[in-house]
Design a protein around this ligand. Structure first.
Ligand code: 26W
Length: 822
């Protein structure tokens, strides 16, 4: 093993301890004898911030002085999770903090448990943004993340009689030590009103927007410490407040109460994160949220640009703006509006700049996920922006589409940013493609399908525009911090620089067959499983054994992700066990974590069914603990950090062609889980890395799915020809799992039969059962399993989010590194 490079901060645990105590006294106003864990957590955060804020100031000075090109990552979601342990790891001070707290009688893991998750996102898209800002800082790239400072993040999930109940999340109810308010950078956001056309004396025409309301955007900065703490970037989140001018007239006229109502209305804009993952709600508040944070961010970007530049033509050289899905696409007409209406440019000048500034990442192919806004609503909220979108569309259709497909009106209708029909709609994806210089998918297969199925004509029109950047995850959070023992084993085996060069893990491959290494690797897995056993008991009351296979499916609840396929396989095993209690099977614990969108009926039904099945299975002593089912409540980043290191099997079982990438699959494999998966998203690339022998692939591939669908899929064919499948589905119609309530689970059966089984669960059922049987057979051979687990972990180098970021830099952003001295 190599010698460790110099640490960013040469702080001893004694010095850190002094700082913690100092902050306990002066920042928290309490004392060692009185302080609870929350106070210790706060004091430790404050001690860490001393170092972070210093380096933040250094970074901002350096970046301002050098005026280097930066990427502005616009995202409605940043699913950050907890920051203390991550920041300590990135500062390389975790061990020091651990012993400092230990000498104060505190366990660092318990102290870290005090931190509420920053759950400002739904799932994959939001967590990807969080990994990306970590990697950008680690790689010394100047970057700002822009988002919304939601008062309430994703709801907290509880179960009541097996049903999901949503409770508000209040992550900063008692303050948040990581954020700094920047009142000097407040922005104003106009809304509603009308557009006036003004003819000037020289005969020229200009547009003046007279908004009828104004909001204020207050920025909160969260420092993002890269690994090694060389550079500290910023995540800037906007909070909405009433505009400056609003209340005085009403207030003076005795309208104190009305003024309060208007204030409350303005604050609604950043009040709560929409909990929908994939199905947009066409609500006016959502559009206002999008515009609110885009308007603040674009103004902020321009303010920074103007600080160092007079010449607008260099704007695209200095500024890249990445749209994390179409949610921030309204930033395009906003930049155009400012350049024309406020900076006095003509259309060509403004478009020249704007169309070289934006790039767009697509994260989903699901047709129902594509954002379309009713034209009428758009016009009501943002009249000037609608005009600009019309003009972008007119020029696009009359120039580009006409040149490529002359006289083809059907093509114009097809590609129009405005969808005609009973209710006219603005297609945000088309706006994003037309307005961006690059568009990317998030895994190889996904990008191929984006080109072939989602935007084929755009791909013909702009053959170089659509590119692939396969997703990745930060190995700092998802291995070093989440699985400290495995991280230490890798330190000893391959050297300590794997956190920045994950390909290094490959150096452990020759040991995959080595009995001693296997023993070390698997005893770490065992310890992680034992810890999870305790956590499961604490959170669900279910007792499970670490001898069993821990089979984990953690992700948002969605029919395309097919938790229901997992469910019917569990019923299959249960039924086999009831028919033959002596059945020779390796005990298995099926563990789920998932939130359902509050309005998504089927998703909630699947949660309910899994909870009911869990009740029954876990309390059935006929089956000798061979089968357990656990649904962990309130799945979130900090729970993922406990589940992933303890997984033997990772379930990645979406219908082929529907999971854009998946990133949980990468985290689980990195921690030594074997994947049961379809040839979908990043699974395909994971299979390439680990080799076909080390992954359990099943089911239809993308081409076969397409063929089955065109030939007319009939789930009843499978139902009638597979007696075991039929028996299991019929079981759902009884009251076996819901005593006294027959039919309570019938919707699941219906969705798989009468309603057409849109996601082809029955077509993949047998193949899935076979793959699961393979898992059982393979696990019996302890050495073989260990070898496969090691190979999985050691070959995940490609899925480092540093590699993703470097791909973005090379193909889209073209940034230069801007290192900062300590
Ligand atoms: C407007 C409603 C809405 C909300 C969220 C529509 C679409 C979304 C996201 C695009 C859903 C999402 O999180 N997609 C996931 O993005 C990950 C990161 O690229 C991928 O790994 C997942 O496969 C993809 O489902």
């Amino acid at each position: 093993a190599k010698k460790k490079p110099a640490k960013p901060f040469n702080l001893t645990s004694t010095e850190l301890k002094k700082k913690i105590i100092h902050h306990l006294h002066t920042t928290l106003g309490t004392h060692e004898d009185k302080a609870n864990d929350k106070a210790w957590w706060n004091a430790t955060c404050a001690a860490v911030n001393e170092l972070v804020f210093d380096q933040l100031t250094n970074t901002q000075k350096t970046h301002a002085k050098k005026d280097t090109r930066a990427v502005n990552y616009l995202s409605l979601e940043f699913l950050m999770g907890r920051l203390l342990s991550n920041n300590l790891h990135n500062l390389e001070l975790f061990k020091e903090a651990q012993s400092a707290l230990k000498s104060l009688g505190k366990d660092i893991y318990e102290v870290c448990e005090e931190e509420p998750d920053m759950a400002l996102g739904n799932g994959g898209l939001g967590r990807l943004a969080a990994c990306f800002i970590d990697s950008l800082a680690t790689l010394d790239y100047p970057a700002i993340g822009y988002g919304i400072h939601y008062e309430h993040g994703l709801f907290r999930q509880e179960f009541k009689d097996g049903h999901q109940i949503e409770r508000p999340d209040s992550w900063r109810e008692y303050g948040n030590p990581w954020e700094i308010c920047r009142p000097e950078s407040v922005q104003e956001v106009p809304l509603y009103g009308y557009v006036e056309t003004v003819i000037d004396d020289d005969g020229s025409m200009r547009k003046v927007w007279h908004p009828s309301r104004k909001l204020k955007g207050v920025p909160w900065d969260i420092p993002i410490v890269g690994y090694g703490a060389k550079l500290v970037n910023v995540l800037r989140l906007w909070e909405s407040k009433p505009g400056e001018a609003f209340d005085w007239d009403v207030f003076n006229a005795g309208g104190y109460v009305d003024a309060q109502a208007e204030k409350a209305q303005a604050e609604t804009v950043s009040k709560v994160l929409y909990p929908n993952d994939s199905t947009p709600q066409g609500k006016e508040l959502r559009l206002i949220q999008q515009y609110f944070f885009c308007a603040c961010s674009v103004k902020d970007i321009i303010r920074r640009f103007k600080r160092a530049n007079q010449d607008w033509s260099v704007f695209p050289d200095k500024v890249a703006i990445q749209l994390n899905d179409t949610h921030p696409a309204v930033a395009v007409p906003e930049l155009m509006r400012i350049l024309m209406d406020e900076e006095g440019m003509n259309w060509q000048q403004a478009w020249e700049i704007s169309s070289q500034t934006f790039a767009y990442t697509n994260h989903t192919l699901l047709p129902e996920a594509l954002e379309n806004w009713p034209v009428a609503m758009f016009e009501h909220v943002l009249p000037r922006h609608l005009e600009i979108i019309y003009e972008i569309n007119r020029r696009f259709l009359e120039n580009e589409v006409e040149a490529k497909w002359p006289g083809d009106d059907a093509m114009k209708r097809k590609l129009s940013i405005i969808q005609e029909g009973d209710e006219r709609m603005v297609r945000m994806a088309y706006l994003s493609v037309v307005s961006s210089y690059k568009v990317n998918g998030v895994a190889a297969i996904h990008t191929r399908l984006v080109k072939k199925d989602l935007f084929p004509e755009f791909n013909d029109l702009y053959p170089e525009k659509i590119v692939n950047v396969t997703n990745g995850v930060t190995p700092r959070r998802w291995l070093k911090a989440a699985n400290p023992e495995l991280a230490a084993l890798y330190d000893d085996t391959v050297g300590v620089d794997w956190p920045t060069n994950l390909h290094k893990l490959k150096d452990a491959l020759p040991l995959a067959d080595d009995a001693k290494f296997q023993k070390k690797f698997m005893s770490i897995k065992r310890k992680n499983k034992e810890k999870l056993v305790t956590e499961i008991a604490k959170l669900t009351g279910v007792e499970v054994s670490a001898d069993a296979i821990f089979d984990i499916q953690i992700k948002r609840l969605h029919e395309y992700k097919r938790q229901q396929l997992n469910l019917i396989h569990i019923l299959t095993l249960y039924r086999r066990l009831l028919e033959n209690p002596d059945l020779d099977m390796v005990p298995r614990v099926f563990i789920f974590g998932a939130k359902a969108a509050p309005g998504y009926h089927m998703a909630k039904q699947i949660i309910f069914a899994l909870n009911k099945i869990a009740d029954k299975v876990n309390n059935d002593n006929r089956i000798q603990d061979k089968l357990k089912v656990v649904f962990m409540p309130n799945y979130r980043v900090s729970l993922a950090e406990k589940l992933i290191p303890a997984a033997d099997v990772s379930e990645q079982i979406s219908t082929a062609g529907l999971e854009a990438s998946g990133t949980g699959n990468m985290k689980l494999a990195l921690n030594g889980a074997l994947t049961v998966g379809t040839l979908d998203g990043a699974n395909i690339e994971i299979a390439e890395e680990v080799g076909d022998d080390n992954i359990f692939i099943f089911g239809l591939d993308v081409d076969q799915v397409e063929a089955v669908k065109t030939n007319g899929y009939n789930p009843f064919d499978y139902y009638y020809s597979n007696p075991e499948l039929k028996a299991v589905l019929d079981w759902l119609d009884t009251d076996f799992f819901t005593p006294g309530q027959p039919g309570a689970l019938s919707d699941i059966k219906k969705s798989l039969l009468d309603w057409g089984d849109q996601y082809l669960c029955l077509a993949d059922y047998q193949s899935y059962c076979d793959a699961q049987n393979e898992v059982d057979v393979t696990y019996r051979d302890k050495k073989l399993w260990a070898k496969k687990a090691i190979i999985n972990s050691a070959t995940m180098g490609k899925f480092n989010s540093d590699r993703s970021i470097q791909d973005y830099v090379d193909t889209i952003w073209h940034l230069e590194k801007c290192p900062v001295k300590g």
